[in-house]
Design a protein around this ligand. Structure first.
Ligand code: PLP
Length: 390
């Protein structure tokens, strides 16, 4: 049986278009984009073309609103902006007058990690606005905490585990009114969510090529012109001095091609992904007792389905579906026999019995309705097998 990959929120395969865009820079066109001689021309052109494609994702193809800083991916982009803004604000080596960092309660570790570390190391006050049971962080939770002492606010556009879309527009507009820089993790969005309204409310956005059928190890931070977080990677003059290090030209070219396809294919692909996701849930809910769609009812990424099955520890269930050729992601981790509940589901206030039994299915380009049906079969058999075991 052909294995079925349903873990696209973890990473995606490289598309043919991205691979083709990379090819010239893996062989003949090896020049450094910074060099002025002829060998630099092609690589430089590829980096600049990719920059325009990434900007086009947010409806800013001409770069009127944002500058792009190419880097190694989403985690670096988020670290750069969160730590960079904090470092710039230090007074005498400690958090200054603007000492509050307000973030969503289900952010990726790329935001939550630096924010908590800044709190421990430099004395920033970190406020996490917890999501409700639908996985959505309430706007009022941000409004309550945003004031003259707030250094920055961060909220992801789409939650990677549950798929819930966050009220970034509303929170962002409020941040603008308060003069608080608003950082948005858009890593899960390209090809699934229309980002073209971002310039109205987002001051910094993080992207990662490997989530949109581009290569791994390359991404970008988009910064509103005038927003200058401190530099994390000092070096030569690459990226206008904001991030040193010779460009990953092939990776950036692949990222550009992937961004182009994510943008131009969005409408058709989002509808197709949602139909597979809905088909799978219908089959699961019809055939399997004790299944719960986590985050149901919230605005949602079209490709993501997070389900808890009563009495089925996540890791055992993911192991069983994998044995049946269906690759999904487990929400809760199991280490040395102890189960660590999904931090996202715990933040949503779901009980232990739900947060230790959740799995995530995330559809992608290569999937079709047959895969959704095969996944439902695999779930039906696997749930039965796990329930017989525990
Ligand atoms: N933000 C979100 C929402 C993600 O899902 C991920 C990756 O899983 C990241 C950030 C980190 O991106 P990268 O893998 O490029 O470091």
């Amino acid at each position: 049986m052909r294995p079925i990959y349903l873990d696209h929120n973890a990473t995606t395969p490289l598309s043919a278009e991205a691979r083709a865009a990379m090819e010239p820079f893996l062989s003949g066109q090896f020049g450094n984009p910074l060099t002025s001689h002829r060998f630099g021309e092609g690589p430089r052109g590829a980096v600049e073309a990719a920059r325009r494609e990434v900007l086009a994702l947010v409806g800013d193809a001409q770069g009127a609103t944002y500058d792009v800083v190419f880097d190694s991916g989403g985690t670096e982009a988020l670290n750069h902006v969160v730590k960079g803004l904090a470092f710039r604000s230090l007074e005498g080596g400690r958090a200054g007058a603007r000492r509050k960092i307000v973030i969503g309660g289900a952010e990726h570790y790329g935001v939550a990690g630096p924010a908590r570390w800044l709190g421990e190391r430099f004395g920033f006050d970190v406020v996490e606005v917890m999501p409700g049971r639908d996985g959505v962080c309430p706007v009022e939770g941000f409004v309550e905490h945003l004031d003259g002492s707030t250094l920055l606010c961060a909220l992801m556009w789409a939650q990677n585990e549950v798929g819930s879309l966050q009220p970034v527009r509303e929170v962002g507009r409020f941040c603008r009114a308060q003069g608080v820089p608003f950082v948005v993790d858009t890593v899960q969005c390209p090809g699934k969510v229309d980002l073209s309204g971002a310039p109205e409310f987002a001051d910094a956005l993080a992207f990662s090529a490997h989530k949109l059928y581009g290569p791994k190890g390359v991404g970008a931070l988009l910064l509103r012109k005038g927003l200058e977080p401190d530099i994390l990677v000092h070096g030569a003059s690459q990226e206008s001095g904001r991030r040193g290090g010779t460009h990953n030209v092939a990776g950036i070219a692949g990222f550009g091609a992937a961004a182009h396809h994510a943008r131009t294919g969005l409408a058709a692909e989002a509808a197709r992904l949602a139909s597979m996701r809905d088909q799978l849930w219908q089959e699961i809910s019809r055939r399997i007792e004790g299944a719960h769609w986590n985050g149901a009812g919230a605005p949602m990424l079209p490709n993501t389905l997070n389900v808890s099955f009563d009495g089925c520890p996540s890791s055992l269930l993911a192991e069983e579906t994998d044995r049946r050729g269906v690759a999904i992601s487990q929400g809760a981790a199991c280490r040395s026999g102890a189960v660590t509940p999904s931090h996202t589901l715990s933040a949503m206030g779901l009980p232990h019995s739900r947060s230790t039994t959740s799995v995530r299915v995330s559809f992608g380009h290569a999937n079709d309705a047959h895969d959704a049906h095969a996944a439902a079969d695999a779930f039906a058999e696997s749930v039965k097998a796990v329930r017989a075991r525990v």
